[in-house]
Design a protein around this ligand. Structure first.
Ligand code: 5AD
Length: 363
């Protein structure tokens, strides 16, 4: 059953801030289903039924930041810090290419030290050369997710061959942003980085955490409007998951069911507002719900980031507790995901970079 009131609202061509808030307030099953069904319809009409995979390599958990929610924040002494070698990163990339994943994401804690940036630059350069094949004449697509850096660093890494960058704004309410970050990290500098990334030429991704202590539906609606104003190409969002080793670990936040409801609705409503962007069904959804990523796909997501990091380091990269797949290897994750995507009625797009249509229309 689908609520006619929500179905009609979800299908409106221009959604206002008030509409977004109303859609995010869907609670009854038939209301949520109406929003979900329209988001799925828009996704299939605008982007087709392909699901694009980006193999995720967690290059280092060393971090210079102290974000109040994050398990690998620099003050967390419990973390066993590691940095993958160039050879490790390249071998993950080769594995991605062999499995037919069109692109990969290199993620890490935020580090600006020269040694690390040199490592990433060299890894990007070599991956683009060494993963070239008949099926992938340009090699793997490369997305970076290594935090706030200088314009020069963004340029160097772009010149080396990376072409997409993810940098979540975490929350677009400046007060909430300030409440979850130490004073040295400013909201303005994060926004500035998103603008620099676009200037340098990257396809730009951002996103927020959903269900943060004190976050309101108005905040979440404003997050979606921010994505639209900055003309963002890719979105990655997931539920906030309190980590006991962090200052936000025991602040009151919405319960798991409520955070999941909001996270799925955020995917759907973002799809309804932004139409042709790529939206990821993130691992955090899966950490709270065993079929969270499949549901994410059904609410309008079209990207999945299968875990590719070497099994030995997976447990050391826990931004939040309950991260799935830490005992598996890349092959296990591949067959598991194939099943999950099929279960959601969709097709995996192999050997394709799977750029967001939104980015392609701009170019
Ligand atoms: N719960 C959920 N997501 C988190 N992230 C970091 N810590 C947490 C947490 N406790 C997310 C942030 C970051 C991304 C890489 O992981 O949004 O940008």
């Amino acid at each position: 059953p689908s609520s006619p009131e929500f179905a009609e609202l979800a299908a409106k061509p221009e959604l206002t801030r008030a509409d977004l808030i109303k859609l995010l307030s869907a609670k009854a099953e038939d209301e949520i289903e109406a929003v979900r069904a329209e988001a799925e319809r828009v996704l299939l009409a605008e982007c087709g039924n392909g699901v694009y995979l980006r193999g995720l390599v967690e290059a280092s958990n060393a971090c210079a930041c102290d974000c109040l929610y994050c398990g690998i924040r620099k003050s967390n002494r419990e973390v066993n810090r590691y940095t993958l070698s160039l050879e490790d990163i390249l071998s993950c990339a080769r594995q991605c290419a062999e499995m037919g994943y069109g692109s990969m994401v290199i993620q890490s804690g935020e580090r600006a030290d020269k040694k690390f940036i040199d490592l990433i630059e060299e890894a990007v350069r070599r991956i683009r050369i060494e993963t070239v094949s008949e099926k992938q004449p340009e090699g793997l697509g490369i997305t970076l997710c290594i935090g706030q850096q200088t314009k020069e660093t963004y340029q160097r890494l772009y010149a080396a061959g990376a072409h997409r960058y993810l940098l979540r704004i975490e929350s677009t309410n400046p007060k909430l942003f300030a409440a979850i970050h130490p004073a040295e990290q400013s909201f303005e500098s994060r926004v500035e980085c998103l603008k620099l990334l676009r200037e340098v030429g990257y396809q730009v991704g951002t996103g927020v955490m959903i269900g943060l202590p004190g976050q309101t539906l108005e905040d979440l609606a404003d997050d979606i409007l921010f994505f639209s104003t900055l003309d963002i190409d890719m979105i990655g969002m997931g539920p906030f998951i309190p980590h006991a080793g962090t200052p936000l670990g025991d602040l009151p936040c919405p319960d798991v069911a409520e955070r999941l409801r909001l996270a799925f609705l955020m995917i759907a409503v973002t799809r309804l507002k932004l139409r042709d962007v790529n939206i990821a069904a993130t691992t955090a959804l899966q950490a709270l719900d065993p079929i969270g990523r499949e549901k994410g796909l059904r609410f309008g997501a079209n990207v999945i980031m299968p875990q590719m990091s070497p099994t030995e380091v997976r447990a050391d990269y826990q931004l939040y507790p309950g991260k799935p797949c830490i005992d598996e290897n890349a092959k296990d994750c591949q067959s598991c995901l194939n099943m999950r995507v099929e279960f959601a009625g969709r097709k995996i797009g192999l050997y394709a970079w799977g750029d967001s249509l939104h980015a392609r229309k701009r170019q």
